[in-house]
Ligand binder design. Sequence first.
Ligand code: ATP
Ligand code: LTN
Length: 328
Amino acid sequence: MKRVFSGVQPTGNLHIGNYLGALKQFVELQDEAECVYCVVDMHSITLPQDPKELRSHILDIAALYMAVGIDPKRSTIFVQSEVSQHAELSWVLTCNSYTGELSRMTQFKDKAKGKESAPTGIFSYPLLMAADILLYDSDIVPVGNDQKQHIELTRDIAIRVNNRFDKKVFVVPEGRFMKEGARIMALDDPTSKMSKSAENPHSRISLLDDDSKIKKSIMKATTDSLARVHYDVENQPGVANLMTIYSVFSGKSMEEIEKLYEGKGYGDFKKDLVEISIDGIRPIRERFNEIRRSQELITALDEGREKASVIAERTLKRVFDTFGLGRK
Ligand code: ATP
Ligand code: LTN
């Protein structure tokens, strides 16, 4: 059976971009693979976090995993910092990567903006991500489009180490991306991706937003003056983004949506999108509220840590033996 691994940072609450781009795949893959899903808290401290909020967000993300349909009986859910092998393998990978390839990561370039004071963590963070993936001998990594480059780097390092020792030290993983939803754009600016950390709360729809907030954010969303519901990313990026959200929540194709709104304005389209989004999000929010303070959540994370540790320990031992680290 193939193994799937992915992670989400506990830097805030999940938005529909995270859900439609990544988490929907997490849920689907449970039927065909052994899935390991991590709350990557060590990634989140690449930028300063309030310790109290971080602790709370870790449980929020784990509860959201379960609320969207990840079943801890079938999949492993755990917290990254509770399995120390992630940090250990990350160092080994650091010693097998080049500063040149890390400097080319667009996320690093965007965040560091060439400043000397850019935190080292945002430079080396793709190596921690590579360690997450390689530690579990992962075959498939479901993520949004923004992570493509990091997956490529992970593959390059795995192949490099395998070639150096002329054996399969690491499984070479593959990214998995949604056809639709892999890059949901901000509602107030369809040229940048929807993000947890953007200042304007109406730029995103969080999975924990109440119905009135969802309505307000969609009704305010940027469109254009062409007044036709037509899928054209180049000339109508705002409408195309809303159509993508509509399509993934409703299961309707772009052609079907275009037909449905032929001759109608954005008002009708947006009103329906509000309803469809609320119907998609409400059950997640309600389930989250049941799980967040439950023993079920704690048990899932305790058991998850144990299951993850067994795999992590085995892989790290193999890597240490390969490199000659330790005494035996
Ligand atoms: P953000 O930039 O939104 O604060 P992030 O990029 O740090 O968040 P994570 O929370 O770590 O993202 O991402 C979890 C998953 O969601 C990743 O697989 C990522 O690719 C995906 N993702 C993030 N934003 C979007 C988006 N706007 N559209 C589709 N997928 C996304
Ligand atoms: N870097 C990712 C989060 C992440 C991840 C991972 C995703 C950390 N480790 C391992 C998949 C597999 C992000 O910022 N979205």
